[in-house]
Design a protein around this ligand. Structure first.
Ligand code: PAF
Length: 275
């Protein structure tokens, strides 16, 4: 496994590769990332993982400075799984101030976009840069960031990027909490409460499967149930899996998404439902 920090070295190393599977990450790797990299490995190609905490996708009051940077431990986890780790500095990724951005469709201003203005613009911009640098045939993203994955899929389709986007299933702790680097911000008491987000989503899924069709009522009830337990809820929303719009009557492929804060920690999760 080669760890590369510069764009020129990366391009030189990958020039010989015909077929690459790419997993972009912000590091602080957990079992969810590892599962994605294993999924990439099964594509039978050269596996490239990027580790880059992208300043463009953090708002001014968000956790960019605090975000855990654990390159050595990350590389240890990737030994034997990845062929190339690309870990650039901010100056290497943005040698001049980034003044071109991806302009995003309206769906990016909903759900997490409402609460993290500019986040998806910065995310899509760095993903486009990374795809241009690595030029993989396949790129893998976790379904935990469902809206991110949907935006990337649309970007790749609409800009005709020659890469197949693959979603990886969310990996959960035994109590159901979706793995996330941000879980480590939780206090012990918050960590005990945190699986409630997943449980709430499960309750919504059960109601949908059970035939409830008034989604607004389900969303409101779920938000109220979390708020009552002390969560600061941003949203619980039932959407179409494809495109994440409000589902038309009779839509069979749904996803229930939620974002809520416990103390200072913002958690997101989602569950797909197929009727
Ligand atoms: O999901 C993430 O870790 C990041 O948003 C990504 C896709 C690596 C872009 O910085």
């Amino acid at each position: 496994m080669q760890v590369i920090h510069s764009v020129s070295e990366l391009r030189a190393r990958l020039a010989q590769e015909k077929s690459m599977a790419f997993v972009p990450t912000m590091g602080n790797l957990h079992a969810g990332h590892v599962a994605l990299v294993q999924q990439a490995r099964r594509q039978g190609t050269c596996v490239v993982v990027s580790i880059f905490v992208n300043p463009l996708q953090f708002g001014p009051n968000e956790d960019f400075d605090q975000y855990p940077r654990t390159l050595e431990a990350d590389c240890a986890k990737l030994q034997g799984l990845a062929d190339v780790v690309f870990a650039p500095s901010v100056a290497e990724m943005y040698p001049e101030q980034q003044s071109f951005y991806i302009e995003l469709p309206p769906i990016a201003a909903e759900l997490c976009g409402t609460h993290r203005p500019g986040h998806f613009r910065g995310m899509a911009t760095v993903v486009l840069k990374l795809l241009n640098l690595v030029q993989p045939q396949v790129a893998l993203f976790g379904k935990k960031d469902y809206q991110q994955l949907a935006i990337i899929r649309q970007m790749v389709t609409q800009f005709n990027l020659p890469v197949a986007i693959v979603g990886g299933e969310t990996v959960r702790a035994e109590d159901g909490l979706a793995l996330s680097s941000r879980n480590q911000y939780l206090t012990q008491a918050e960590r005990t409460e945190a699986p409630q987000l997943h449980l709430t989503l499960q309750t919504v899924v059960e109601a949908i499967v059970g035939g409830v069709v008034d989604f607004t009522v389900l969303e409101n009830e779920a938000e109220a149930a979390l708020a009552k337990r002390g969560w600061r809820v941003e949203y619980v929303s039932i959407r179409s899996q494809h495109g994440l719009g409000k589902p038309p009557v009779g839509e069979g492929r749904l996803v229930v998404l939620a974002a809520a804060r416990l103390g200072v920690t913002r958690l997101i999760d989602n569950l797909e439902v197929c009727l």
